[in-house]
Design a protein around this ligand. Structure first.
Ligand code: WTA
Length: 629
């Protein structure tokens, strides 16, 4: 088994996906377990043999486990004296006290020392076929230059710099530069409006904002600098805006603005980790920047969209960059499934070893397609569950022993150091299998959130108080008879129809199994008799011709067969798109507001991938609510 000691634990799942591990000469099979080979520092854990025993050790001897990992895999400026001092019930979470390290040094200098010319980043630019590679040495140089610039403009330890940039090397260097000089970074997704950006700059009290003249995504140009100009008008703390050039277009500059230099690049071969999330989300932070770099991986920065210039973009990129591990979101998989297999089959995907999924439950049909078509049935699909608050993957099918099963659409196994529990409605821990409950984590782990910026009380109320002594995730989960976990969705999304509680994801999974359906979103709405009724928004596959009545009949029969009659939708609205965040999550809040005819409180729609989707839904709903179904 196989974790080379340079791997941090937080990144171990990805490391396993990188396939580095497969080539290790000491891969051991179940039964013949040498845990030290699975994870070298486990040599010191007495009597621990095999993956399951190691997981058990990691939660029952959490301190020994994390101390060994932290010492082995990270470079410390000053060693820690206390592994942890945590009290979940009071929201006190302290790890590695007395210790000091610099994450940028761990991501860069440590790697440059070992292998300076290894490719750190492959920037998959929006313009197909124009990728740019940066080595660890180059990324370190770039980071130091940004760091020096920040210091020159007065950024000090503890300050918070706002980064409003698309996924690109300079954004990574800016994050690492902040970390290097001890500043915090506040990465704001580059699709947010001026108002949403301003609110976040004010919250962070930034004196510096780093941006670009323009952004380019899916062939469309966005005026980033202009948005920043508008935003900073209501942000008195901002003293300077650093502007890098993504395009040739000159934009108006003022005394406040500082133009950033161009940088150098070169080409190298390497093992390639392709996480196609946006850098503004936690997945981008943990699995594009910090995780891969701290482990010396080559990481892809995907600037484009899955359908630009056509729906073959991901797989063409896989072929061209020879991506070994592909990590994406179910929403994109469902979108591509809609266009058919030919866009996948056109490209050589033989470099792929593992396919990952994150962000929402992956429905069975999407999982099967990802596995069968994209991965040609030979790449394991790993459904990874985690959240911003957990910092990194917490439940995933791998690592597991080589011959252990992977069940479609299930995150399955707790990661090392993670002890999931299910709670019943009275707040008691449910011990049996084949049961569902509120998903909590029973003990702290180093990657977890420790507070909410400027609002520790809210942190305590949201995560620590609902189930005292436990970390509450807000998600529901089912534990199978074998003890595997399946996430059933946010608990707020549970619908109660005539006393039957059911997760929206469960209904969506079944609706999506109808052959004509590409994807769907289900919400509850208030219903005089049943308490809540079910409303389904459905997107059909491309070029699919089906009479509406036939579709309703099909939906009803499949839902009653696979769940129950009470779960059949009362309303079905056919739409071309669903309102989603740019990270791919369906904005159920928006759907609920439309159905409640509360259009005044739709909230900030600038975080949506395509705000025009909402208009179509408003009009469609108006029609069916007058005519009925
Ligand atoms: C959901 C993204 C089902 C869940 C890393 C969680 C998932 C929220 C999965 C966090 C999964 C994430 N199966 N649901 N594999 N992964 N989720 O903070 O509801 O953007 O709480 O972090 O996404 O979203 P966040």
């Amino acid at each position: 088994m196989w974790l080379p000691s340079r791997f941090t634990l937080k990144f171990a799942v990805c490391a396993l996906r990188r396939g580095v591990l497969k080539s290790h000469p000491h891969v051991l099979r179940r039964g013949g377990c040498n845990t030290a080979a699975f994870m070298p520092e486990a040599a010191g854990f007495e009597g621990v043999s095999g993956r399951a025993a190691l997981q058990e050790f990691s939660v029952s001897n959490s301190e020994d486990f994390w101390a060994a990992v932290a010492r082995q895999r990270l470079s410390w400026v000053r060693p820690f004296h206390t592994v942890q001092d945590c009290d979940l019930s009071r929201g006190r979470i302290k790890w590695f006290q007395g210790g000091m390290l610099n994450v940028s040094v761990n991501c860069l200098d440590r790697q440059v020392h070992i292998c300076p010319e290894r490719v750190a980043l492959i920037w998959e630019r929006d313009e197909r076929g124009s990728e740019v590679r940066y080595t660890y040495r180059e990324l370190l140089e770039m980071t130091c230059r940004v760091g020096n610039l920040l210091k020159r403009y007065g950024v000090k330890r503890g300050d918070c710099v706002t980064i409003y940039m698309p996924t690109c090397p300079l954004a990574v260097a800016s994050m690492l530069a902040c970390a290097r000089i001890g500043a915090a970074h506040n990465v704001v997704f580059a699709g947010f409006s001026a108002e949403a950006l301003a609110e976040r700059i004010r919250d962070a009290q930034s004196s510096i904002v780093i941006t670009m003249n323009q952004g380019v995504r899916g062939g469309k140009v966005t005026e980033l600098k202009k948005t920043v100009d508008t935003a900073v008008q209501s942000c008195p703390t901002v003293r300077h805006v650093f502007v890098a050039m993504r395009t040739e277009k000159l934009v108006p500059m003022t005394d406040r603005d500082v133009l950033m230099d161009e940088y150098v690049f070169s080409y190298h071969d390497g093992d390639v980790f392709g996480c196609v999330a946006d850098i503004g989300w936690i997945t981008g932070h943990s699995y594009i920047v910090y995780g891969p770099l701290a482990n010396g991986a080559t990481t892809v920065l995907f600037e484009s969209t899955p359908v630009y210039p056509d729906p073959g973009r991901y797989w063409e990129t896989v072929e061209r960059l020879k991506i070994n591990q592909f990590y994406g979101a179910p929403t994109a998989i469902r979108l591509l499934l809609k266009y058919g297999d030919q866009w996948v089959n056109k490209y050589d995907r033989s470099s792929l070893k593992t396919l990952g999924s994150v962000g929402e439950p992956i429905n069975t049909e999407a999982w099967e397609w990802y596995h069968r078509v994209v991965g040609e049935g030979r790449c394991p699909v790993v459904d990874t569950w985690w959240q911003t608050e957990t910092g990194g993957i917490c439940i995933a099918p791998k690592p597991s022993e080589p011959d252990e099963e992977i069940v479609p659409g299930m995150a399955m196994r707790p990661f090392f150091g993670i002890k999931p529990v299910l709670m019943d409605t009275e707040g008691k821990v449910m011990t049996s299998n084949n049961t569902s409950g509120a998903l909590c984590i029973a003990q702290p782990w180093p990657g977890m959130a420790r507070t909410i910026h400027n609002n520790h009380q809210r942190f305590i109320e949201t995560y620590c108080q609902p189930y005292p002594g436990y970390f509450f995730t807000g998600d529901g989960a089912y534990r199978s008879p074998e003890g595997y976990y399946q996430i059933t969705g946010r608990l707020d999304d549970v619908i109660n129809v005539s006393g039957h509680r059911i997760g929206t994801a469960e209904i969506e999974d079944v609706v999506n199994q109808c052959s004509a359906v590409a994807e769907s979103a289900v919400i509850g709405y208030s219903h005089d008799i049943k308490g809540q009724g079910i409303y389904a928004f459905v997107v059909l596959k491309k070029n699919m011709k089906i009479k509406e009545e036939d579709l309703y009949k099909q939906l009803n029969s499949v839902v009653s067969e696979k769940i129950a009659k009470y779960a059949c939708p009362d309303f079905v609205l056919l739409v071309k798109r669903l309102p989603k965040t740019r990270s791919g999550k369906i904005m159920r809040r928006v759907l609920r507001k439309v159905v409640e005819s509360d259009l005044d409180s739709l909230g900030d729609l600038s975080t949506l991938d395509d705000p025009s989707a909402v208009q179509e839904i408003i009009e469609g709903h108006a029609k069916i609510s007058t005519k009925g179904q």
